[in-house]
Write a protein that binds this ligand. Structure first.
Ligand code: TXA
Ligand code: MG
Length: 349
């Protein structure tokens, strides 16, 4: 398959390019596009054949449901059975933005989207290119992250080009995404409002509307035996080629431990990568040291995490030693992704 790469400036959107991409969506083709979280691999969410193509291109397991993206509240009514009051409040407060909400699905939503579940995940992205594409396509767009299954989610078009060239019809290059981690997945459909995947909208943000909201333990526990409510959470994900270890605790102890480990591994002949932060980088004198962001502003770590993991792969390191962060605000989502990238190899120092 020939993959067309189409550059669009998000601050000065070329209407003709959007029409070209939207025509692809309407014709049942696959179009990767930027959102404020990560790049998505889009197809017409009401076209079963097109949606099937998403699973094939990514090598995604069929039992992992997809998110439908919309640009206006009106688009949601035909897709869902009801909108409970609490759900409506979350939509009003956090949309457009990095929050995906589960709804009881209507007959219109194909089973392939929901992997047979009776709920459908919906989100309204906050990115001008995504919004224009949705508006012009005039259909809900199904879009998982635009990476090959198991790899880190793409935060720029180069990542998508690397993973999906020859497998999709079009890749829109709209520059770097902002948040860097995928949306929060929220289930308010039962009696027990729950975060199924931590993301850009945090537990603290959601508590303002839902004081008793809880975080599904399956998304943060290391125990492989816990069956998460969100099917995607059970798969190995975001994995670098290298073996990754994450250290948490007091920052001085983390730094000492990473230096000690790096020294040992290098003596064994291993190529070591160190995922450092602005505040700690000067402590490391061995290995391939990459700065992921600043501990003072964890959003910068979220923005760069997946890119940094991919960069370690480009550097062919054997082992990645990473500094963990505190699990408050966006830190929960960062540690959730680090936990998965390292297959649960998180050590408290
Ligand atoms: O930020 C994002 O959410 C990005 C951008 C492109 O919008 N998309 C994304 O999609 O991360 P994906 O497919 O990589 O992750 C969707 C997650 C999976 O963990 C999936 O299992 C969960 O949402 N999910 C989807 N529908 C669900 C449902 N009905 N019930 C429970 N979990 C669901
Ligand atoms: Mg994904």
């Amino acid at each position: 398959m020939n993959t067309k790469v189409l550059e669009i400036d998000k601050d000065n959107i070329d209407k003709g390019s959007i029409i070209e991409a939207a025509n692809m969506i309407r014709a049942g083709k696959l179009v990767a596009f930027p959102t404020e979280t990560v790049y998505g691999l889009g197809a017409d969410g009401l076209n079963k054949t097109a949606v099937k193509g998403i699973f094939q291109a990514k090598g995604r397991p069929q039992d992992n449901p997809l998110i439908l993206h919309i640009h206006s509240i009106e688009q949601i009514f035909p897709l869902v059975k009801e909108i409970p009051e609490l759900t409506y409040e979350c939509m009003k407060k956090f949309w457009p933005g990095p929050l995906t909400i589960l709804f009881k699905k209507s007959e219109l939503v194909p089973d392939i989207i929901t992997a047979g579940l009776d709920t459908v995940a919906i989100r309204m992205p906050d990115h001008p290119i995504a919004v224009e594409l949705l508006r012009e396509s005039n259909t809900p767009i199904a879009a998982p992250s635009a990476n090959l299954s198991g790899k880190p989610s793409p935060t720029n078009a180069e990542h998508v080009i690397e993973d999906l060239t020859g497998k999709v019809d079009m890749i829109i290059d709209g520059g770097d995404t902002g948040v860097g981690l995928e949306s929060t997945v929220l289930d308010v459909s039962g009696n027990c409002p729950m975060i199924l995947r931590p993301g850009g909208v945090t537990l603290e943000d959601l508590r303002e509307i839902i004081p008793d909201i809880i975080q599904d333990l399956g998304t943060i526990k290391e125990d492989e035996k816990i069956v998460p409510k969100s099917p995607g959470q059970k798969y190995r994900h975001y994995a670098p080629k290298a073996d990754m270890f994450v250290y948490t605790g007091k920052i001085d102890s983390i730094v000492d431990k990473i230096k000690e480990q790096a020294n040992l591994l290098i003596k064994e002949g291993k190529k070591v990568g160190i995922m450092a932060t602005e505040e700690t980088k000067d402590n490391y004198i061995q290995g391939t040291v990459l700065v992921v962001g600043s501990r003072e502003n964890k959003n910068t770590i979220a923005t760069n995490l997946f890119k940094t993991i991919r960069l370690f792969d480009d550097n062919n390191v054997d082992v990645i030693l990473a500094e963990g962060v505190e699990t408050d605000h966006i830190g929960t989502a960062i540690m959730n992704r680090m936990m998965k990238a390292s297959s649960g190899k998180i050590k408290k120092i």
